[in-house]
Design a protein around this ligand. Sequence first.
Ligand code: F6P
Length: 326
Amino acid sequence: MKEKMTIGILTSGGDAPGMNAAIRAVTRSAIFAGWKVFGIYRGYEGLINGDIKEFTSESVSSTIQRGGTILKTARCDEFRTPEGRAKAWANIQKFGIDALVIIGGNGSLSGAVELAREYEIRVIGLPGTIDNDLYGTDSTIGYDTALNTIVECVDKIRDTATSHDRIFFVEVMGRDAGFLAQNSAIAAGAEAAIIPEDRTDIDQLAQFIGRGIRKSKNSSIVLVSESKKGGGAMHYAERVRKEYPEYDVRVTILGHLQRGGTPSAYDRILASRLGVAAVEALKEGQRNVMIGVKNDQIVYVPIGRAVKYDKPIDPELLNVLTVLSI
Ligand code: F6P
């Protein structure tokens, strides 16, 4: 390993609260080691276009408490092509970058795998997504903050749901994963969660209605994972209107407010630990691994595995919600 490395940091895909804490941690620990750091703007787009600036310790001052990403982010179609990656490689060479630290979700880390397969570049991934859907890590940067944001919103919805004796379907993000829906349902005392991981043929809506929603409560809140296939909260509300016209139904789609806001203490600490560990991993000669956390210990997960496998939802969580929502 080179004594003095030059690294590039970028954030890619959907922004997540805590990404700034991760950028700060990587930057400062690399500078602490005597290395040179480049900030790459707008994810892979900036790598392709050469939107790259040297970072100092001051570049990341007063950022740990800020949501979003100071490096900005993008979803870059050009990087999916060999031509796009060739342009990125040209800039990596031009700036003398020995290793890249990529902070992002599934799609972003998959891009890193492709680049590392084609070119002699060391890549370290940090899991940065509110979806919490990366295999091999218990938590991803931004998930805890988004979860808390959802719970705060659902608590407010509960006030109006109770006052009107209504059923609310609250749609949350998560792409193909139900972590946000399932755990916010538990934390907000919701009556049910409809999540993509529940792949039984049993109709989740009929199940929820069949449990006798009006036995002990006048209002109900159902957390629904966004879904391209399933139709999301609107779909379920429409079905209730048709199949159970006696119920008064409303829908709330929380949307992008789930991605914003000040990162929680948990996310700041997680991001700081993962950022420092990224530089440690490079010092140890690691390449093409995602830094994760398992049972509160830092772990290295081959990026290929992190993006290939689905992260399962613990069935215990499904049971907790079912038992407590009687
Ligand atoms: O991956 C993070 C995420 O917020 C998903 O939960 C959601 O499906 C998607 O990004 C939305 O992406 P965009 O901001 O590009 O619409």
